[in-house]
Design a protein around this ligand. Structure first.
Ligand code: NAD
Length: 502
């Protein structure tokens, strides 16, 4: 683990390793006085540094800064917001390698995927920046006696709470539309991978974002996250993370009637029919579960294969899984890196006993990597001959673990695909157009890809149904969340008004 890229990453976060990583409030760095948590390097288990848990006063300062900045930022002309956010994108592009290296270091993500992820963060800023000038536009809805028109305005200071799996890209996805809409932001990144969020807020200020518009506070979910979601001056919460955390946040925000947007867990099915292009289906299924170390919300964690092609498909899948290159995330050849943290590693590893009890068969992997050198490496794992009631077919493992289930026909495939609490993404492989449409319509998922892996197109809606989320990101859906819609009704003076007390 001694590559030049790792050295670069250590240098990039160097200034934030000398003392515990604090916060960024009102355009300046705040050391912080709260308790600290170690940040670990997933590939080696080494301590990279410490991160602070914000004190209540520090959290209140961040919210107060976002409240104070709101009037100015929301009134800033859309064209000006657009220009600043494009400058943010320019600076992200200029530092894309550095950001990607930091993601490899503290999130353990592989360079081969991260080198594009930072650039996607820049794309997110550009896409939403372009819509800033028209974000407030509404509709004209005339009736016989009134001219109704609608307009939108930014909802207020918002909280953005993000997870550790692809921290930079996910943060930009939420923060860029909030800023484009005219909201001010308090961001709380995940405590296990906090460094790239610090780069983002520094870049945003270098690009000319006024102080207080975007604040970043570090801390634990149960203290800082909870206080942020309970704060009266925060008007909406955009949250990405686990389903049970979503429930907790909904409770925490209920007292102050917060608007919430949740992107939560998944147990996404890939349904492969016998008439599919099986080579491409295999490529996509393997890519979607084993890339990003299996820590991907839209991962293809359940593979449903039609019985007639089951044995041959599973044999090929097992061969591919055995050959996956596990190792140093900085090595461009590595396909699967470490899990994020010992706690998450223990969770993923615990499913070996669960699978054995359930009676599933191990076709590949199924154990920690023997010579992990202190890192949290788990073997790419393939469970076959599983049944939908098994826990490995129901629960989000969030690691490089694929559960394969056979099905008989279209009806059986739909029933098995829908037989989980989650409903984020689904993938269908068939060459029969009618079947593709029928199955897509019947699947309980917010997003369905037909004959494709997850390919994000920013104007389209992203989000889940059932326990996978509330609300949609992307296109105008993001603006609808971060803005309030107002209707104004102007009378033509032609309608009669009831005259009481005459
Ligand atoms: P998590 O829910 O444990 O934590 C996410 C964030 O919430 C962290 O910043 C954490 O500190 C904070 N948090 C925890 N408890 C909180 C509380 N009570 N109040 C406020 N904030 C709190 O999730 P994680 O383990 O970091 O991430 C993995 C999960 O994220 C998986 O379930 C994955 O599917 C999901 N995810 C979903 C999407 C999506 O788009 N649907 C994308 C990526 C990840």
């Amino acid at each position: 683990m001694g590559s030049a890229r790792r050295t670069n990453a250590l240098n990039t976060i160097g200034p934030h390793r000398q003392a515990p990583l604090g916060h960024f409030i009102s355009g300046r760095s705040v050391e912080g006085a709260g308790s600290t948590t170690d940040v670990l390097e997933p590939a080696t288990g080494e301590v990279l540094g410490q991160v602070r848990d914000a004190t209540e006063n520090e959290l209140n300062d961040a919210v107060a800064a976002s409240k104070a900045a709101f009037a100015g930022w929301s009134a800033t002309p859309g064209e000006k917001r657009k220009a600043i956010l494009h400058r943010v994108a320019d600076l992200i592009e200029a530092r894309a390698d550095e950001i990607a290296e930091v993601e490899c270091l503290d999130a353990g993500q592989c360079w081969r995927f991260m080198s594009k992820a930072a650039l996607r963060g820049a794309d997110n800023f550009r896409f939403f920046a372009d819509q800033a000038p028209s974000a407030a536009d509404g509709q004209s809805l005339p009736s016989q006696h009134h001219l109704n028109y609608t307009s939108r305005s930014a909802i207020g200071p918002v909280a953005v709470i993000t997870p550790w799996n692809t921290p930079f890209m996910l943060s930009t996805w939420k923060i860029a539309p909030a800023l484009a809409a005219g909201c001010t932001v308090v961001h709380k990144p995940a405590e296990w991978s906090p460094y790239s969020a610090r780069l983002l807020v520094e870049i945003a200020h270098e690009a000319g974002l006024p102080p207080g518009v975007f604040n970043s506070i570090n801390g634990l979910g149960e203290t800082t996250g909870k206080r942020l979601t309970e704060h009266r001056d925060i008007k909406a919460i955009a949250f990405v993370g686990e389903s049970k955390t979503g429930s907790a946040i909904m409770r925490q925000g209920s007292e102050t009637l917060k608007r919430v947007h949740f992107e939560l867990g998944g147990k996404n099915p890939v349904v492969v029919f016998e008439d599919a292009d099986l080579e491409r289906a295999l490529d996509a299924a393997i890519f979607m579960i084993y890339s990003l170390n299996g820590q991907r919300c839209t991962s293809s964690s359940r593979l449903l294969i039609q019985r007639s092609i089951y044995d041959a498909f599973v044999a090929k899948a097992a061969e591919r899984v055995e050959k996956l290159k596990v190792g140093d995330p900085f090595d461009p050849a590595t396909e699967v890196g470490p899990l994020i943290h010992p706690r998450h590693f223990a969770k993923v590893a615990s499913y070996a006993a669960v699978a054995a009890t359930d009676g599933a068969k191990v076709a590949a992997g199924g154990a920690p990597v023997a010579e992990a050198g202190g890192g949290y490496f788990y073997q790419p794992t393939l469970y076959v001959d599983a049944e939908t009631h098994m826990r490995i077919a129901q629960e989000e493992i969030f690691g490089p673990v694929l559960t394969v289930i056979p099905f008989e026909d279209e009806a059986d495939a739909i029933s098995k695909a829908n037989d989980v609490q989650y409903g984020l993404a689904a993938y269908v492989w068939t060459s029969d157009l009618g079947r593709a449409l029928r199955v897509s319509n019947a699947l309980q998922a917010g997003m369905v890809w037909v004959n494709s892996e997850n390919v994000r197109h920013l104007p389209t809606p992203f989000g889940g149904v059932k326990d996978s989320g509330i609300g949609r990101d992307g296109g105008d859906w993001s603006f609808d969340f971060y803005m309030e819609t107002k209707n104004v009704a102007l009378a033509y003076g032609s309608h009669s008004i009831q005259r009481l007390g005459v």
